[in-house]
Design a protein around this ligand. Sequence first.
Ligand SMILES: [Mn+2]
Length: 479
Amino acid sequence: METPPEEKIVPQFSIPKGIVGQPTYHTHPHMIPKGHLTCGITQMEYKERRDTLVNKLIAEVDNIHKNHVIVIPAARKQYMSDKIPYVFRQNSDFFYLTGCLEPSAILVLVKPAQTDTYKSVLFVHEKDAHAELWEGPRSGCSVSTQLFSVDEARPVEGFNQYLTKVTSLSKPGILWYHNDNPANLDIHDNIRSVLRHGQIALEDPQRALHQMRVIKSPAEIELMKEACYIGSQSVNMAMACTKPGISERTVDAVLEYTCRQAGAEHAAFPPVVAGGARATHIHYVANNQLLHKDEMLLVDSGCQRWMYNSDISRTWPVSGKFSKYHRILYELVLTVQKRLIELVGEQRPPLDQLFDQMCRLLGTHLQQEGILPKNIDGNDLIGRAYRLCPHHVSHYLGLDVHDAPLVRRRVPVASGMVVTVEPGLYVAPNDTSVPEEFRGIGIRVEDDVLITDGEPIVLTEACVKEIDDIEAIVGKHNL
Ligand SMILES: [Mn+2]
């Protein structure tokens, strides 16, 4: 039954004024719209995600009489050497449920068997003048309650004791905690130890969380569009700056600069900037060779903006003009890529099925061009195509580049998913099964595609990929 609107209790949300531990629209109006907790996402949306997660987890075990304690840790700071931190990257699951950017915070949701509601507790670092002198402002407990609209915020130092107590009061019950690849090793042992006291079963909340994360909300779709647009423009700029004699590292720097200058935090991953035969190494990231006029350049790059990622691959001639054989292979990959995007819309297949279709399409087109022998078919042909493109054609995209990995690629794509479509061809320099003129060439074309009820939307459409457009843009910008 529908609840009449007037009876619906709307919680009051507000963002505290003053400097806190992360940007707010009060302190960073150029970054966050009024009323949002993080760019694009309101406190209400974060709270609704927590509500949904609790309901999904309870439904998963199908036993409403049990007590539930859900623990989702933030990421820890990581160090490259003594006191020298890597750039901090928040744990995506934790961020998705809180919007909190603080390292080593912990979200705990407690749902006793006898009540209909749950309690949300966020463990954060308490205000500390000395620590803040070095590291910058913290939100502290009293501000965090309001900022993250949780029932309670407590100091992280009290987490172990709290967990021991709350689990002892929750017996028999379930502790929902992702036990593999723990986000924060500092609290992992303590979490494990409460399981040894009995009557508390361990369950993993991540499958349910990833099912939620794989379907993007309207607000998340807007964020994905922005990350994809910035990523697209940065690859266009990399094309425009490409000319013979420059280093792959220069192109890498153009990508990074262009993304950050447009509002991204940083690259989504170390980009692949691979000239010539280096492009046949799929994860080449050394990016330290000079580019030659007769080579192609393969770039796989993306940016992270407000935690959401784009992931784009393009391949273009260093000279700005496709050679005969480069053009044959590039057109082949582009034709397959465009057909696969159509198939995503027409058939809404599972991504694994799209992979089979890629192998089939690549095989058929390679035969038509005389690159693979005409006398093979069926699984032999698919196998030969697979050898020339040994990576998957697609993955989910979102808060993580390889997003929601617990969602199988055997489920059909659904509206609200963002997926990559990225066929490639990699002919090793010593691959004697392929005519000599095609050896030592690596090509990938990758777009990010939003699945909708209607046609799929290519979010990276701004990034050029037609041969004429590429030839018009390469080398046109002087660094
Ligand atoms: Mn990708």
